[in-house]
Design a binder for this molecule. Sequence first.
Ligand SMILES: NC(=O)c1ccc[n+]([C@@H]2O[C@H](COP(=O)([O-])OP(=O)(O)OC[C@H]3O[C@@H](n4cnc5c(N)ncnc54)[C@H](O)[C@@H]3O)[C@@H](O)[C@H]2O)c1
Length: 273
Amino acid sequence: MGKLDGKTVMITGAARGQGRSHAVTLAEEGANILALDICADIETLSYGLATADDLAETVKLVEATGARAVGLQADVRDADALRQAVDQGTAELGDIDIVIANAGVAGHGSDHPDQEQVFRDVIDVNLRGVWNTVHSVVPRMIERGAGGCFALVSSSHGLSGRGDNGTAGVDSYIAAKHGVVGLMRGFAHWLAPHMIRVNTVHPTGVPTPMVMNDGVQRYLTSDPRVVTEMANLLPVPMIEAADVSRALLWLVSDDARYVTGVALPVDAGFLTP
Ligand SMILES: NC(=O)c1ccc[n+]([C@@H]2O[C@H](COP(=O)([O-])OP(=O)(O)OC[C@H]3O[C@@H](n4cnc5c(N)ncnc54)[C@H](O)[C@@H]3O)[C@@H](O)[C@H]2O)c1
């Protein structure tokens, strides 16, 4: 028996990286997966986002566990597209029990000439996108009356400003990821009467395409202070996506049924004061 047998989980940004790892880990515990991703690039970023082929690969990997999967292209900045994806996913997989708001971008090292647009794009995806994601599911979840669970993916940069180098890309990332904690706390209060839990997860560095690119290298070498400040307490440069997936599995399962309003670091001690 799996910890998530019979549950339907919606994951944004599921085509690759941590989102894909979460999809497969939760499917291995019996969940069916609605995998959403933009599958397109955003011009101001210094790296490419996932493709339709990446999303198809996630679906294949989930199906290989024996679970059902639906992969749909949807931009979290587009509330209508999200609502349509939720409608379609629900029709195919049943009501959504759990949502992982994982889609995110990093403006680190972006040398796009319009730095204000870099700032707007990061806030738009990482903060407004999370707000859209939650609101696309909540009405149906409340109406159904069976409770539910949201895990919002923030970052170690959602609880600390360490490593800021004063650029639009990094300032906006830190601001948006702190903003996700604010959303989580509000939502936890708003949704508690409906037995809907809301928490955030705060990973330290994970070697996904968001980090393994020239923009992040430019960021890390922009100021010698950055590398020192971005070091973890435990002697590991980064953690693996699977480490975050396992923490998330606990958080969204009934093992954590009375955990709500919590900001959970998975950070190799990065956030220790
Ligand atoms: N990699 C790290 O070091 C790290 C650390 C802390 C937190 N995070 C957070 O973890 C989450 C996952 O990132 P990752 O490391 O897997 O990076 P990633 O770039 O591999 O994955 C992010 C996914 O989100 C998708 N996406 C981006 N914008 C989208 C949009 N507007 N609508 C829908 N999908 C969109 C991308 O196409 C991609 O598939 C992000 O929220 C990120 O901020 C990452």
